[in-house]
Design a protein around this ligand. Structure first.
Ligand SMILES: *Cc1c(COP(=O)(O)O)cnc(C)c1O
Length: 427
């Protein structure tokens, strides 16, 4: 007990956590280990994981197949520079990603995190137009309520009202925004939904390199679901106005929405695709930016004849080997049935929350369940209640949401949902 308190005290003083402050009053919990969907704290408390460590741990924790992939790779090399050298894990992973993503995507750029994958996508789009001597086309058009990461380029295309823009105003690239659609997943996309984007394209297409958005689910910017019909129209508009389409599937990729990639709901292909989060099954930090041959060919033929990006830890072998094992494991598993089953149980289990006055809406898509409240939650009082109830749930703003590992059993999911409903009822 003494060591736990000492460690937590050191953490409080010296360690930054995501979107937090040092010496915060909001508790953090010391984790000892995690297995399957169970997180074990240092004091012995066990929690059922409702977050998949932010969309990523789709196979749960400590999976033998993923452990084995890392151990095998470790015997050969943990890392090797990617400039001038290559390795089997990166090649096989790239080939697999090309095979399972929409057909036009043929090239893979590996990087270390989702935010960097977005930076790479933005740079590819700008270099593409530069190579085609259309150097005016260097701005990005995106949707309000979006989230694309925390680095400067990614921040510049994330929701302007969600906090970071006013703070970093003078240091951010000035991008173009359109109101997000209001049509739900099952609705048709009306003219009111698409007009804001059409309007921006009509007025600014000569300076726009690409539209960037999260297909079907806007994640950290509000957990909003929208219609595939909208996404289809965006693809058509991009073609019509000669603008590239970048899809950020860092959150939605690898089955979370019920399709392997969310763009499959609309049957469209982007020009550039960003992947991350569940790519390694939540084991390691790895991201990928896929692009068409059209983009690769133009960048090769243009000035300066090189794509100007190259991280030190590009295509880290441990991460690539784990990702390869994780994607194969996913494809071999009945993930579609699992996600469908999770969706059904989330819908049934969370629906009773609609009756509470403080709940605005309950919505479910694939293995994502969202309870939107009328008012922002108080994390300091709410977080311990979830832990006391034996579940790991990390709400933000007005949103309490669940996206459990796909391997969760009905019984575990029932415990998770029951605990969440109880906490919401008592709010
Ligand atoms: C999490 C996320 C990112 C950023 O990924 P990091 O690995 O945190 O840098 C970008 N886009 C979307 C849609 C995300 O959900």
């Amino acid at each position: 007990m003494q060591t736990i308190n000492t460690l937590l005290e050191q953490d409080r003083h010296h360690v930054w956590h995501p979107y937090s402050i040092t010496q915060s009053e909001i508790p953090v919990y010391l984790v000892k280990s995690a297995q399957g969907v169970t997180i074990t704290l240092m004091d012995g408390t066990t929690l059922i994981d409702g977050m998949s460590s932010w969309w990523s741990a789709v196979h749960g924790y400590n999976h033998p197949r993923l452990n084995q992939a890392i151990e095998q790779q470790l015997h050969n090399m943990a890392h090797i520079m990617f400039g001038g050298l290559t390795h089997q894990a990166a090649i096989e992973l790239a080939q697999l990603l090309v095979d399972i993503t929409p057909a036009p995507l043929q090239t893979v750029f590996f990087s270390d995190s989702g935010s960097v994958a977005v930076e790479v996508a933005m740079k590819m789009a700008i270099q593409y137009w530069h190579a085609k001597k259309q150097t005016n086309k260097k701005r990005l058009l995106t949707l309000r309520h979006g989230y694309h990461g925390d680095t400067f380029g990614a921040m510049s295309v994330s929701d302007p009202d969600n906090g970071m823009h006013s703070l970093f105003n003078n240091s951010l690239l000035q991008q173009l925004f359109a109101d997000a659609p209001n049509c739900g997943f099952y609705d048709a996309c009306t003219i009111e939904d698409i007009t804001p984007l059409t309007h921006q394209l009509k007025n600014h297409h000569q300076e726009i390199a690409a539209v960037i958005l999260e297909p079907i689910v806007q994640g950290a910017g509000g957990m909003r679901f929208y219609s595939p019909d909208y996404l289809r129209q965006v693809r058509e508009l991009c073609n019509e106005y000669n603008v590239l389409l970048i899809l950020d599937e860092i959150a939605t990729g690898f089955g979370r929405t019920g399709k392997l990639f969310a763009c499959e709901h609309a049957n469209i292909a982007p020009d550039i695709l960003c992947l991350g989060k569940a790519l390694t099954g939540g084991y390691m930090t790895l991201a990928a930016t896929l692009a068409t041959d059209e983009i690769a060919d133009n960048i090769r033929q243009g000035e300066p004849g090189l794509f100007m990006h190259g991280p030190t830890f590009m295509a880290n072998p441990l991460a690539c080997a784990t990702a390869l094992a994780s994607v194969k494991l996913l494809l071999e598993s009945p993930w579609q049935d699992k996600v469908k089953n999770i969706a059904t149980l989330l819908q049934q289990g969370l629906n009773p929350c609609q009756q509470y006055e403080h709940v605005k809406e309950v919505r479910v898509l694939g293995a994502i369940g969202v309870i939107e409240l009328h008012q922002a939650i108080n994390l300091q009082s709410l977080q311990p209640k979830f832990v006391e109830a034996g579940v790991w749930v990390r709400p933000f703003n007005k949103l309490i949401y669940l996206m459990p590992p796909f391997i969760i059993t009905d019984q575990e999911l029932d415990l998770l949902i029951t605990a969440v409903v109880k906490v919401v009822a008592e709010m």
